[in-house]
Design a protein around this ligand. Sequence first.
Ligand code: Z16
Length: 829
Amino acid sequence: MQRESQITGTNFDFVDAMSGEEDFAIAFTANVMKLHGKSLDSASNREKYLALADLVRTFLSKRLADTEAAYRQEQKKQVYYLSLEFLPGRLLAANLLNLGLQQVCEQGLRRLNINLAELIDQEEDPALGNGGLGRLAACYLDSMASLGLAGHGCGIRYRYGLFEQRVTDGYQREFPDNWLKEGRNEWEYRRPEETMNVRFGGRVRTIANGKLHFIHENYQQISAVPYDIPIAGYQNEIVNTLRLWSAEVDVTYQACTFDRHGKGCINVIADKHATESLTDTLYPDDSVYEGKLLRLKQQYFLVSASLQSILRKHVVNKADLRLLPEKLSIHINDTHPSLAVAELMRLLLDEYGLGWAESWDITTRTISYTNHTVLPEALEKWPIDLFQTLLPRIYMIVQEINERFCRELWDMYPGDWQKIKAMAIIADGTVHMAALAIAGSHRVNGVSAIHTQILKQKTMSDFYQLTPQKFLNITNGVTHRRWMLLANPDLAQLICEAIGDRWIANPDELQHLLNFAHDNSFCCAMAKVKFANKLRLAKYIQAKYGIAIDTCSLIDSHIKRIHAYKRQSMNVLHIMDLYNRILDNPHADIVPRTFIFAGKAAPGYYKAKQTIKLIHALAEKINHDPLVKNRIKVVFLQNYNVSHAELIIPGSDVSEQIPTASMEACGTGNMKFMMNGAVTIGTLDGANIAIWEAVGDDNIFTFGLTADQVLAYYRNGGYNPWDIYHQDLRVKTVMEQLVNGFFPYPEEFRAHYDAFLNQGDHYFVLKDFAQYVEVQNKLANEFINTELWQKKCIANVAHSGIFAGDRAFAEYALSVWDLAERPPCLRQH
Ligand code: Z16
């Protein structure tokens, strides 16, 4: 009893004192009571989950405060990673793992007859990102904390996450993702005292008295309230923060004048809600630019609030502003937060009174930029009138930056107007955000070798020639802690039994697994783990969709955003062709296969939504056809998110990575599959190339046009898909089936048919089709040779160390942010 009161008390002694599962059980029971006013028996699973999360948060709290104090004392260089998107995934299991509480918690709860997995399942999966870019940001937060480096995320606390996808009759329907339905998130700390004010609209008056002064008037001011989510390092006591800003209006001091309708405070409060809608929703486009005013507002809101609070903290610590680049780095994730360049200039010039040259020097040495795409439709270009009206002072600064930049270009390339115009920050009535980001950064990186090469040689070649020293490649990486230890604990355990646990700190050590490629019992154990994960996935699919899948079949997964360039449609054409082989010969020798698809389509992207319909139409035909005899199954998993990926990836044999070469900047799902022993079928694009180089020809299935070939076709006006239609009967057949009533919707897939045949097959689906089918056949034949296949799986896991986020992050630390510490995985090199 003595101990009980100590545990429930407000002091944090128990954080250190708690040693065993019994303590944990007592503390948990007390927390259910404290939080809900209920005994354990009457609490729901959701309430139990909240009490558990709250208990875990107390552990985080102490470490958060200690980490912050230690950083301050050491005056450690800070990194601020600005991103419009973060996709952290569920946090309970990750926090238990990183805090080293997994076992004590699981066993403590078991004493109370509670299954930890059931509570973990109660957590919402925060969908504050679209896909690769947001998930990458979350992986880097994990790496930064785990390597003990002071790196923090700055983002937006969207009231609603990316829409929830439900499919009815094969059509995607979107529903609001009300992830904060309880009004708050259990991990966050609201910090109203650190509220910043962000100004929009109005006009700028210039006064000259000795020096120019810029007076911003008649603006609308919106409060940005920060919510900090703790990010725990892996068993190292470090807790960094992900700071998410929320738009708020404080109406306490607004008089409610009665208008002629006698509405009084109704109007004030209605205005409050309208203004606060600024941070309501995430734009649902992955690598597509939508020139919406509200999006620009969100970008400036994030940038201005973050920079104000970063600078305030810097000067409160009595540091000299001239030392800013030595004390901190500001990293911009794609061009979305590239207004940071102009906002930092504004703060240094207008708020802190520095001169232009000095401010520009500080700004460019502080900011760095990662480019994530070369797709032209993703390029952010804001119309001047919209930009200037919303951000008048920022526009003046961008103009000045542009003028000075163009003058510099003129000196370099006198008379070359064409080149200068192509590089200008303001041109053709628009503000070019990539040009602003490059001009304002000291480092610009691409995310895979081939992507960086395309940036240097094509997309950004003029900038590369001007300042080659700015450009570098850092191939993306993903956290092996979430994607192996958490998502695939059995595999992690097996690896530890074989090679010890040093790979957890240094994933390069996974290479030692190669010594076991010929060890029969290890290969069997690997196969067993894969089978158990396939079973876990099959159970989920059975429970959710009533579809029975064969766990001995080859599970082939294509999970990512639905996008023409990612070519889900090519996968579909291959499955149609397989099916046609069965229709031609019911006894055809076909390796049993399960094709899994998952992914969201942007709500306004018609062709992507029709691809979802096409997958469902195919599933409907194949899954019920007795001729198929269950040799092929097609499954579409709805509402793809991080949690689904954690379930699907460990249970897959084959990883589909088949974009049109040159279009997928890197890809990160490819790395997660590899870590979990799935074999890639892929085009030579993005990180697929690096995977291929790492595992060698025998352990990956590559095919298709190279990026050089694709780009050469574009230069020469494309190719004629009808040639292939006439040469390859399989292509002719599947094309006809799209529109001839083979599916009970004769006109439904006309857009696909036209894109393939009448609009020049921009994504080279028909061009790559024959090779894709060939490699699929080869792959299936090798899959049934279990021994051979196991070796491929092992090779993939063994070579996946270079794709750990820690390696990627360490490269940023060394080459971009100039951090003093050399993270362990770089120290040996
Ligand atoms: C995004 O997810 C990506 C690029 C982009 O410009 C915008 C968004 Cl929302 C993706 C790339 O498509 C992908 O290849 C890459 O792996 C990922 O960003 C992370 O770099």
